[in-house]
Ligand binder design. Structure first.
Ligand code: 5GP
Length: 179
């Protein structure tokens, strides 16, 4: 089994690069069908979403307008339960747009809930959510996630954009904390 050490912790491979690619291919086909004849305004939530955004927008054939925001609720390995705006929607014109929020992972759902609340007032024609990972047992806020790569248990994971205190985002598969 592939293992990696980041700072003081050891992580083991959990979802391989091949599995991730296969799943992105499947979801890209679904997205292309759902958005036929439309343009998607993809809004990635940094920093974790940068890898999956790059993959997703190259796998789908639907035209995309790529944008980023940065809202976070995590510090180290735990949620702070407070969502902080680091780079907001600001003057982004989303009226009449088909917006797709792209997240790396949904844990409590607080960040997404906050984002969707802000988006309500932006006049988008439609709003959908894509997340590479979802922790169903951890979700506290009711949020609709339209496209999910993988449901996972409440383990702390890194790789494919996700970090442990700044490290591990570059790993090309997903790793979980070794027990
Ligand atoms: P939520 O607001 O849904 O609780 O948390 C979402 C954010 O928390 C994600 O965008 C991510 O930054 C962080 N997060 C949640 N779970 C994990 C995890 O298992 N690993 C890492 N690296 N970040 C996580």
């Amino acid at each position: 089994m592939k293992k990696v050490t980041l700072h003081d912790k050891t992580f083991e491979e959990y979802i391989s690069r091949e599995k991730i690619q296969t799943r992105i291919d499947e979801l890209a086909i679904e997205i292309d069908k759902d958005y036929a004849d439309k343009t998607i305004t993809m809004v990635g939530n940094l920093t974790g979403a940068f890898i999956i955004m790059a993959d997703l927008c190259r796998h789908i054939h639907t035209p995309v307008d790529v944008k980023f925001v940065k809202y976070s609720s995590y510090e180290g390995m735990a949620t702070t339960h407070v969502v902080k705006e680091r780079m907001g929607f600001g003057g982004m014109d989303l009226s009449g747009r088909h917006v797709m929020i792209v997240e790396d992972i949904i844990d409590t759902g607080l960040t997404l809930h906050y984002l969707l609340d802000l988006l309500k007032h932006k006049g988008a024609a439609s709003i959908k959510v894509f997340s590479l990972l979802l922790k169903p047992d951890s979700v506290q806020k009711e949020v609709q996630v339209d496209y999910v790569g993988f449901d996972i248990p409440n383990d702390f994971v890194v790789g494919y954009g996700l970090d442990y205190d700044g490290m591990g985002r570059d790993l090309d598969s997903i790793y979980k904390l070794s027990s």
